[in-house]
Unconditional design. Structure first.
Length: 256
């Protein structure tokens, strides 16, 4: 007679359908700003400075699929200082201080990589880049804490579309409650070189494995029967990369 095995199922997988992505991260959606110019939907830019004589710092271009965004540091025939091409989540701060609250968007996951395609054509002495920061508000201290960040900056000229994977650096085991992303053609806003270019497309958050703080909901994976003597059925709404079956006796049982 076969023994019944009461088991625990350990699943390591991906969450492509469930896990959060940045809205319009492929830069396919643009809107017409009163017939004056096209601006990027769901992102904040500095294109409103066009009313003050500045060229557009964020433009729609042909990308890896359909469209991409080109960030370019620009000057004005009215103002005396250049500004970088910038896109940001939420709303860009109205001053040059360290305020980030306006850029925050709700975010409750722990991604492993920031993936994107880029081209960089900075002027000599300039650098362009992108950074995504995960944060959480601490109700006990009344302060916002940094959970993780993934950032990239370069001063090199790269004219071909190039894929980049930046691993998140985690400072805490907490699950974030918000995030902000900002990309710029000149990362040093006090030393902007007119004509520096940073092109971006297909920003993607990669969840290569479930972190300790990410739980599989009971409606995402169904395993039956348990206990069992032989056959195990598994219904899943998520893509599964690896399965381990551990009996209540602590032994690993091989899948056939």
């Amino acid at each position: 007679m076969k023994n019944l095995i009461l088991f625990y199922l350990m699943v390591i997988g991906f969450l492509p359908a469930k896990a959060q992505q940045i809205t319009n991260s492929g830069f396919e959606n643009w809107w017409d700003e009163f017939g004056t110019y096209e601006d990027l939907m769901d992102w904040s830019t500095l294109n409103y400075l066009n009313a003050f004589g500045y060229d557009l710092g964020s433009k729609k271009i042909t990308g890896k699929k359909d469209y991409a965004v080109e960030l370019i540091s620009v000057g004005s025939n009215l103002a005396g200082f250049p500004v970088p091409g910038i896109i940001a989540t939420g709303e860009l701060p109205q001053n040059s201080g360290p305020e980030i609250e306006s850029m925050l968007i709700p975010f409750n996951y722990r991604p492993v990589y920031l993936n994107f395609w880029f081209q960089s054509l900075p002027k000599t002495g300039d650098s362009c880049g992108i950074i995504l920061v995960l944060t959480k508000y601490n109700v006990n201290t009344g302060e916002r804490e940094f959970i993780a960040e993934a950032g990239f900056a370069t001063g090199d000229s790269i004219g071909e579309w190039t894929e980049k994977n930046i691993r998140f650096n985690y400072f805490s085991q907490e699950v974030p409650d918000s995030a902000y992303l900002i990309a710029s053609s000149s990362i040093n806003s006090t030393n902007v070189f007119i004509g520096s270019i940073f092109r971006l497309d297909e920003i993607n958050l990669v969840y290569t494995e479930l972190s300790n703080n990410q739980k599989i909901n009971s409606d995402e994976i169904i395993v039956y029967p348990n206990p069992t003597s032989s056959l195990i059925n598994l219904d899943s709404e998520i893509k599964i990369d690896k399965i381990e079956i551990i009996g209540i006796d602590g032994k690993n049982y091989q899948l056939n």
